[in-house]
Design a protein around this ligand. Sequence first.
Ligand SMILES: Nc1ncnc2c1ncn2[C@@H]1O[C@H](COP(=O)(O)OP(=O)(O)O)[C@@H](O)[C@H]1O
Ligand SMILES: Nc1ccn([C@@H]2O[C@H](COP(=O)(O)OP(=O)(O)O)[C@@H](O)[C@H]2O)c(=O)n1
Length: 465
Amino acid sequence: MWRRVTSLSPVISTSKPASLDQAASGFKIWRSSFSTETPTLVKDGTTSFKERNPFITFVLGGPGSGKGTQCQKIVETFGFKHLSAGELLRREIDSNSEHWSQMLNTIKEGRIVPSEVTVRLIQQEMESSDSNKFLIDGFPRTEENRIAFEQLIGLEPNVVLFFDCPEEEMVKRVLNRNQGRVDDNIDTVKKRLKVFEILNLPVIDYYSKRGKLRKINAVGTEDEIFEKVRPIFSACGYQFLYAFDSNTDSVKLKSFLKGVKLSAKGLCKLHSDKHFSASRIKLLFSASGFTDATTTKNSSETYTNYLKKACNSTLYPQLCLESLSSYTSTIKTNDLKLCSKALSVTLKAASNTSKLVTNLSKGGNLSKTEAGIVQDCIDEMGDSIDMLKQSLKALGSLNGSDHIQFQISNIKTWMSAALTDETTCTDGIDERKISDEVMRKIRKTIVNIAMLTSNALALLNKLPY
Ligand SMILES: Nc1ncnc2c1ncn2[C@@H]1O[C@H](COP(=O)(O)OP(=O)(O)O)[C@@H](O)[C@H]1O
Ligand SMILES: Nc1ccn([C@@H]2O[C@H](COP(=O)(O)OP(=O)(O)O)[C@@H](O)[C@H]2O)c(=O)n1
């Protein structure tokens, strides 16, 4: 039976290493041929890369925990650039670069390659990429890796995913991987597991204490695991951007909400993107992404057609139309006004619902359990209203702001959080299978708010940037 916790015996060198650096590489001589001076790796491009303010996700987990597999799914769904540290090192070995044989031996022994090498490879890939969202897989594997990245790149990750998998499952997967890797054999795997435990777990602990860690139980099918990963990025505002871009009408609120619920509030450190193009900003405030080129008449018919088209991109087109059709003369064909109205309608409905829930709970003859659930719902609705208010205010002050994308990102996250609050309430009712009439009414009104919020979020995600 594989143990999850092994003893802290030295696993990388035969005696307790003098420093983590040496422990990681096990190659004193090799290491000394690399400069440890920070400035040697800080190239001219570093400052400008930092200014791009990229969104960085570190992906951690033991060997075979499924990091690469899930990264692939994240790339497909959310469009990140995937950088696998192990893959970059293997490519470096294949290209017969300097120190390739030391690198190969290090990997065969399951040890960690010096950070200078790995960070340089990652840095090159990031700097030459058009993307500004990175999944860095299998890194940092040690505290030394982590510190080197922070010092040399000058950035910290926004989110750290940790695929938590029992050792026996990891071993099984690695031995079945069948990719011809020199380190996918039982002896190396045992060593890598020990290295993981001794050197990587402290890194995981570090990010956990800093509130950046998202731990995912990596047991289950690949798809089941991805459903746990999805909400982490949905809360960052990426979900609908991709889902709706690919016209995925089949995206169901229930699955989205289920996902969002799993994510904690504020889990993504939001980032501004100074590369937001001027032409796109212009677009945001003028032309409309929903305007049909064939309808040029500046009439109520044009406005109605615009709204219909926009509502068709939401999960609940009928509700969207019903809730916004009396505002067509205000919205006209302006995307920003449309989002603003959708948000204010949602906020108004949420405020009314909150009052209604409070009144219903007072009038009803609720049991202690039911009263507890209702109180939770009232609290959740209060949080949701705060998020919606904050979003509306930010949307109102977008024009003239220097940080439009940053603000829009913020708004999406707040609205996702609002949605999370709303569904936490309805799930609380569902989980206890309460059939009480009052509770049913409460649930129904809150589901309606969740649908309005979802629609407003979908419209926001259609903004042209
Ligand atoms: N959830 C899963 N269940 C079973 N096998 C999986 C699962 N996820 C990945 N695998 C398989 O396990 C092996 C290791 O997965 P991989 O993504 O390469 O892990 P890592 O990048 O963490 O080393 C691969 O052969 C992969 O197809
Ligand atoms: N940050 C890193 C990542 C990988 N590596 C080396 O590359 C090997 C393979 O890493 P990987 O990420 O491809 O392995 P898996 O966890 O995917 O099985 C590791 O066992 C290390 O020897 C490293 O030295 N430093």
